[in-house]
Design a protein around this ligand. Structure first.
Ligand SMILES: O=P(O)(O)OC[C@H]1O[C@H](OP(=O)(O)OP(=O)(O)O)[C@H](O)[C@@H]1O
Ligand SMILES: O=c1cc[nH]c(=O)[nH]1
Ligand SMILES: [Mg+2]
Length: 212
């Protein structure tokens, strides 16, 4: 598994405001959306394209177009939904599948409560959206599920990651025969005793959508 930390002043600026506990929900949603588009620009560096020729008003020009099957974007509910518009703005022809997963606050184990994905993902590039990579349990399970359906290239886009979560994913996906990448705005210091990223930004789902 490869991890890419996007090093850019605009990414750092938006992430800093997301971290700030005084940032309200409307601002948090807007900044998360903007930040995803910046991360998605890097995350899609290997998106599959084919050569094409177009006719400009002046002459023929060689270029590229996204190939079929279209990439599949998979937000992990709930917090990943806050990243969907920012991603599809960059990849408007992508299809979207959904995974509902929740982490038990005591055991930190992730369970899946909703799945709406194509049965067959053979030959598909998949982009998984989840703002927080904490213990890595959620993301590792999501990626295993996609690979079980045949996905042959998976990139996860996270706003923030913890070193423990990256190590856990590297271990869980060590035998994985297909490329897996994590693209994030930062890798923070550590997880606290409740499994929260430190310094982090708190509970991403609650900050986007309120406490449930
Ligand atoms: O790396 P992990 O330790 O598995 O934790 C990360 C997960 O926790 C959060 O979801 P949460 O369970 O809070 O659900 P929500 O999106 O509905 O708030 C977050 O959005 C990730 O999905
Ligand atoms: O810090 C964390 C860890 C898991 N989920 C969150 O929303 N935040
Ligand atoms: Mg949450």
């Amino acid at each position: 598994m490869k991890t890419l930390v996007v090093d850019h002043p605009l990414v750092a600026h938006k992430l800093t405001t997301l971290r700030d506990a005084t940032t309200d929900s409307p601002t948090f949603r807007r900044l998360a959306d903007e930040l995803v588009t910046l991360l998605a620009y890097e995350a899609t560096r290997d998106v599959r394209v084919a050569d094409v020729t177009v006719t400009t008003p002046v002459a023929q020009a060689e270029g590229v177009r996204l190939t079929r099957p279209q990439p599949l974007v998979v937000p992990i509910l709930r917090a990943g939904l806050g990243m969907l518009d920012g991603m599809t703005r960059l990849l408007p022809t992508a299809e979207v599948g959904f995974l509902g997963m929740v982490r038990n606050e005591g055991t930190l184990q992730a369970t899946t409560y909703a799945t709406r994905l194509p049965d067959d993902l053979s030959g598909r590039q998949c982009y998984v959206l989840d703002p927080m990579l904490a213990t890595g349990g959620t993301l590792a399970a999501a990626i295993r599920l996609l690979m079980g359906r045949g996905a042959d290239d998976v990139t996860a886009i996270c706003l923030l990651a913890a070193p423990e979560g990256i190590a856990h994913m590297e271990e869980k996906l060590a035998d994985c025969p297909v490329p897996v990448r994590v693209v994030t705005a930062a890798v923070d210091s550590h997880l606290n005793e409740k499994g929260f990223i430190v310094p982090g930004l708190g509970d991403a789902g609650d900050r986007l959508y309120g406490v449930v």
